[in-house]
Ligand binder design. Structure first.
Ligand code: HEM
Length: 208
């Protein structure tokens, strides 16, 4: 536990975890916006903002590859800690209590709660689908017709799933859980925050 100022701090996210997270977020926003420009004519204005139709067509797949690579690094950092345990499965069954801030009967969480773990698996699986179907759409002339048609269908579906998850993620981590954003920006939390949001993790890291 660091005690550099009057109040103690606990490290929640190391610098490399934060760097990878924010680079993933930036690549996600670029790829998402350029993708909507390619998806619908109504979103032409996003193409205009991002340098025009041809630029967007050329850079969207590159942005997608960068996003997939960064997400793979995030996966390497966190996959082990994102496995659901017995408490997480119970947590999911009573997750409506979490939604209304009712702590009683809600199993304690480790470093990540079961909702955060589900977001991680949703993002990881949709990124894999986006990567594979995106590769097919990038080089359509090399692909059989059936695969091209499947990719045209699956690519936007995975994008919508991923985007839906991220909207919930941004809402939860910036508005619903005060202190979470500071943890991802500056790396630390107060012990009381850790004990109330992630009790099992708190005990684990403060056990001497
Ligand atoms: C673009 C705006 C984004 C904001 C404001 C944001 C914010 C945050 C914050 C504050 C945390 C820490 C939560 C905690 O302390 O437990 C976090 C964690 C995390 N973020 Fe983001 N994030 C964004 C985008 C993304 C994107 C694009 C991805 C992946 C595609 C992502 C994946 C994750 C994951 C897997 C975690 C750890 C589990 C969790 O806390 O949900 N984030 N994010």
């Amino acid at each position: 536990m660091k005690t550099t100022d009057a109040k103690p701090r606990l490290e929640r996210f190391a610098a490399h975890e934060r760097l990878i997270h924010w680079m993933t977020a930036i690549s996600f926003v670029y790829t998402g916006l350029s993708g909507t420009a390619l998806w619908s004519r109504r979103m032409w204005w996003t193409a205009a903002v991002l340098g025009g139709g041809e630029t967007v067509r050329a850079w969207h797949p590159i942005g997608g590859m960068i996003f997939a690579l960064l997400l793979a690094l995030m996966f390497r950092n966190w996959a082990k800690q994102m496995r659901l345990d017995a408490d997480d499965r119970k947590w999911l069954l009573v997750s409506h209590k979490y939604a209304v801030h009712e702590e009683e009967g809600l199993p304690e969480s480790g470093r990540f709660n079961a909702g955060q773990k589900m977001l991680f698996w949703l993002q990881s699986s949709s990124a894999l689908v986006l990567f594979l179907s995106g590769a097919v759409l990038w080089f359509p002339e090399l692909m059989p017709r059936g695969l091209r048609l499947a990719a045209v269908l699956v690519h936007p579906l995975a994008a919508v799933a991923s985007l839906g998850g991220i909207i919930v993620h941004i809402y939860m981590s910036t508005l619903v859980v005060p202190g979470a954003l500071r943890a991802m920006l500056r790396g630390w939390v107060r012990p009381a925050w850790a004990a109330s949001h992630h009790a099992k993790w708190y005990r684990e890291i403060t056990r001497s």
